[in-house]
Design a protein around this ligand. Structure first.
Ligand SMILES: Nc1ncnc2c1ncn2[C@@H]1O[C@H](COP(=O)(O)OP(=O)(O)OP(=O)(O)O)[C@@H](O)[C@H]1O
Ligand SMILES: O=C(O)c1ccc[n+]([C@@H]2O[C@H](COP(=O)([O-])O)[C@@H](O)[C@H]2O)c1
Length: 194
């Protein structure tokens, strides 16, 4: 029996915009978990560029392009607060084990999230490696001190970042399937980039 049988991987993202890194992360999760749920959310620690409606549409397009029945956009889970998302997810899937997935750049900030201890109680935490953000022992210890049950995901994800795409056009970091929407709504200045 696979150790992840019955587990649902939860992956929330600002998706401002989704990059090839988000795509690789979702595809990596699909190889490991029987079900993956994703949604676009606002982040209380960030100022977003595109409205949530546009970011949701971009992520929905990426999900459609990945075309795997194990992957679902569950936008109803969207909240700036992980605690709210996890309460909704537990109500929706009361019998499944839940794993909240983040990149290693977020490991250090999770103890400062709203109701961090409760967040770590409601789901296990899976950490995907992000290039340039090596996990530090103190970060893992701080999470474990709060009751975190942590899994490190063996994945290789390209070093893309949404903020890099926003600060300078980086067409190669945008998944091919997103281009029609990006051009239609003239998002991120990419319509006019060379
Ligand atoms: N290239 C990547 N490698 C590993 N993890 C990633 C990568 N891109 C995003 N993530 C993870 O995916 C989740 C959603 O990230 P988000 O949508 O904020 O993208 P981002 O590139 O980090 O955005 P920004 O640059 O605006 O901070 C976070 O948990 C983040 O750590
Ligand atoms: O709960 C919090 O305090 C909190 C603070 C920052 C980020 N989050 C969540 O972290 C996930 C990833 O956010 P982001 O912006 O890195 O894509 C997303 O689901 C956010 O709602 C949650």
């Amino acid at each position: 029996m696979s150790k992840h049988q019955g587990t649902i991987a939860l992956f929330g993202t600002s998706a401002d915009p989704p990059t090839c890194g988000h795509q690789a992360l979702l595809e990596g999760l699909l190889a490991m978990f029987p079900k993956v749920a994703t949604w676009a959310s606002d982040n209380p620690m960030k100022r977003h560029c595109a409205p949530l409606e546009n970011r949701k549409a971009l992520l929905a397009t990426l999900v459609k392009a990945i075309a795997n029945p194990q992957l679902e956009l569950v936008q109803e889970l969207s909240s700036p607060w992980a605690i709210t998302t996890l309460k909704l997810a537990n109500t929706r899937w009361p019998s499944n084990e839940l794993v909240f997935v983040v990149g290693s750049d977020l490991a250090g900030q999770i103890p400062h999230w709203k109701d961090a201890r409760a967040v770590l109680q409601l789901a296990r935490l899976a950490i995907a490696p992000r290039q340039g953000w090596p996990l530090q022992l103190q970060q893992l210890e701080a999470l474990e001190c709060l009751g975190g049950r942590i899994e490190l995901l063996p994945m290789q994800i390209p070093a893309t970042s949404s903020s890099e795409v926003r600060s300078q056009p980086k067409p190669a970091q945008i998944p091919a399937a997103l281009w029609p929407l990006v051009l239609e709504h003239n998002l991120y200045g990419l319509a006019t980039s060379p």
